[in-house]
Design a protein around this ligand. Structure first.
Ligand code: HPA
Length: 264
């Protein structure tokens, strides 16, 4: 049987990207900016997750983004969909298998800092895994003991910071705390998160960072802030708000990525 790697290599037809971008809420439209696109549905790739959060079939789009060969992953599997933190492992292994060396992850998140409001972008400098889970549960080899001290690649962060400065796009930095979801946090959990040193909270990305490092990929990640976290405004949180607000920060992050991609 053909593997996901076989399928991708065949489809890419000589295109050899070194970087893959995982598009979170607010960034899905970036696939339209890929020139000479090759599109592959996750459903055609053995091991790839079957569905995404909005029920969309996920797809990989390969081609040139700002002139640079890339793979974009539109649609990711979240831990809260099934309780399997390793759901993205086969997909990330396939990326590594076709020669991807760097992973640029994006997501939507709630902010713990009042001045970093909806529409802001935050470069993730580090994370706190508060889910109690890990995508490497059950991995039998000693490779499971992955060091995460330098998980968020210094050079990639530098390229993102430079692109933000060059395009006059505000870019915050901070620590992302992974909650399992799918329920939002309580105000008490947000107070705890702040005490623990978090700047933003969300329900994704950390498993992919751990898997990426496990696979030897260099990793960077950015959050688009869709809301102030639970208890900070008195309003109830909703997924609709996440979807409505994600395009604002998404547009800013897209500006940064277009400029940064050549240096990432
Ligand atoms: N909490 C968790 N995940 C999120 C949030 C939030 O406030 N906003 C967007 N994703």
């Amino acid at each position: 049987m053909k593997t996901a790697v076989d399928h991708l290599v065949e489809k890419l037809n000589g295109l050899a990207p070194e970087i893959a971008l995982v598009l979170g809420s607010g960034l899905g439209g970036l696939v339209e900016e890929v020139s000479d696109p090759v599109r592959v549905l996750y459903g055609d790739l053995p091991g790839f997750p079957k569905s995404g959060v909005s029920g969309h079939a996920g797809e990989i789009v390969g081609g040139l983004f700002s002139g640079v060969p890339v793979l974009m992953l539109a649609g990711r599997s979240h831990y809260y969909e099934h309780g399997n933190a390793a759901a993205m492992r086969p997909a990330l292994e396939a990326l590594a298998g076709v020669g991807i060396r760097k992973l640029m992850l994006t997501n939507a998140a709630g902010s713990l800092r009042p001045e970093m409001g909806p529409g802001s972008v935050m470069l993730i400098t580090d994370h706190i895994n508060f889910s109690g889970s890990n995508p490497l549960f059950g991995e039998p080899t000693d490779r499971r003991f992955v060091g995460l001290t330098g998980a968020y690649d210094a050079d990639m962060r530098g390229a993102l910071e430079k692109a933000a400065a060059d395009t006059d796009t505000p870019l915050n930095q901070g620590v992302y705390m992974w909650f399992s979801g799918p329920s939002f946090e309580t105000p008490a959990e947000i107070r705890m998160a702040r005490t623990f040193g978090a700047d933003a909270v969300g329900m994704s990305t950390v498993p992919e960072v751990i898997l990426g490092r496990f696979l030897g990929l260099r990793v960077a990640a950015c959050s688009v802030i869709t809301n102030l976290a639970a208890g900070m405004t008195g309003a109830e949180l909703s997924h609709q708000e996440t979807k409505d607000m994600a395009p604002q920060g998404g547009a800013r992050l897209a500006t940064i990525l277009r400029k940064a991609i050549g240096d990432l």
